[in-house]
Design a binder for this molecule. Structure first.
Ligand code: T5A
Length: 208
C-alpha cells in the first residue's frame, strides 16, 4: 500500500496532538510504518525556527518575516523528513501544515493568499496532503484548554477576534475542497472524537 500524507489542523488546544497520537497508534496496529511529525518543526533546524516563532522574548517577527520563517521550516521538513518517508512508502501524520499558514498568516494576520500560494508552489513543488483532518471547535473552548496548561506562547496571546479568523479561515478552505478535508467536531468528548477518527480510518482502508 502506498504511503499517505495526513495532516491534522485546527485552532489552539483543539486536540490535534491527541488525535494525531490516536491515528498513528491505529495505523501502526494495522501494520503500517508511520512517521509522526509536526510543523513548524520536525527537524533540528525547523524546531529551532519553531522556537523563534513561538517565543515571546525579544523582537517579534513582522508578518512577512513570520510567513517566510514558516516556509523555511517547511522546506527543511519536506526535504529531510516528509518526502523521504513518502518515497519509502510510509504514512506521514503531521500536526499542522500549510492550511495553518493560510489560516494564521493569511486569514488572521491578513497576508495575501496569493503570496502564500506562490510560496506553496515554490516550496512544496506539488506536494499536498492527501487528507486534512480539521479539528473544529469554538476558539474559547480551545483557549481554555491551552490556558489550563500554563505559560502561553506568542500565538496563544492573540485576541479572540484573531482565533475567530483562524477558525473561519480553516472552515472556508474545507468548503473549497471537501473531498480532501474531514471536519471533526472537536468539542465532543474524547471517545466520540476517537469514534469519528475510526470511521475515517475505515474509509481509507475500504477504498484502498
Ligand atoms: N503556526 C503553525 C502558524 O502560525 N503557521 C503555520 O503554518 C504553522 C504550521 C504552534 C503554533 O504555530 C502556528 C499556530 C500555532 O499557534 P502548535 O503547538 O501545534 O502550533 O499549536 P497548538 O494549538 O498550540 O497545539 P496544542 O498542543 O496547544 O493543542 P492541540 O495539539 O490542538 O491539543 P492537545 O491534543 O494537546 O489537547 C489539548 C488538551 O485538551 C485535552 C488534551 O488531553 C490536552 O490536555 N483534550 C481533550 N479534552 C476533552 N475532550 C477532548 N475531545 C479532548 N482532546 C484533547
Amino acid at each position: 500500500m502506498a504511503g499517505r500524507f495526513i495532516t491534522i489542523e485546527g485552532g489552539e488546544g483543539a486536540g490535534k496532538s491527541t488525535a494525531q497520537t490516536f491515528l498513528v497508534d491505529r495505523l501502526e496496529q494495522r501494520g503500517l510504518s508511520v512517521v509522526q511529525t509536526r510543523e513548524p518543526g520536525g527537524t533540528p533546524l525547523a524546531e529551532a525556527i519553531r522556537q523563534t516563532l513561538l517565543s515571546i522574548e525579544g523582537e517579534a517577527p513582522v508578518e512577512m518575516a513570520e510567513l517566510l520563517l514558516v516556509f523555511a521550516a517547511r522546506a527543511q521538513h519536506l526535504a529531510k523528513v516528509i518526502e523521504p518517508a513518502l518515497a519509502a512508502g510510509k504514512w506521514v501524520v503531521c500536526d499542522r501544515f500549510t492550511d495553518a499558514t493560510y489560516a494564521y498568516q493569511g486569514e488572521a494576520r491578513g497576508l495575501s493568499s496569493g503570496v502564500i500560494s506562490q510560496l506553496e508552489v515554490l516550496v512544496q513543488m506539488g506536494r499536498r496532503p492527501d487528507t486534512i483532518v480539521l479539528m473544529d471547535m469554538a476558539p474559547e473552548v480551545g483557549m481554555a484548554r491551552a490556558r489550563s496548561r500554563g505559560a502561553l506562547d506568542r500565538f496563544e496571546r492573540e485576541d479572540a477576534a484573531f482565533y475567530e479568523r483562524v477558525r473561519q479561515g480553516y472552515l472556508d478552505r474545507a468548503k473549497l475542497a471537501p473531498e480532501r478535508y474531514v471536519v471533526v467536531d472537536a468539542e465532543q468528548d474524547l471517545s466520540s472524537v476517537q469514534r469519528s477518527l475510526d470511521e475515517l480510518i475505515k474509509r481509507w482502508f475500504d477504498v484502498s
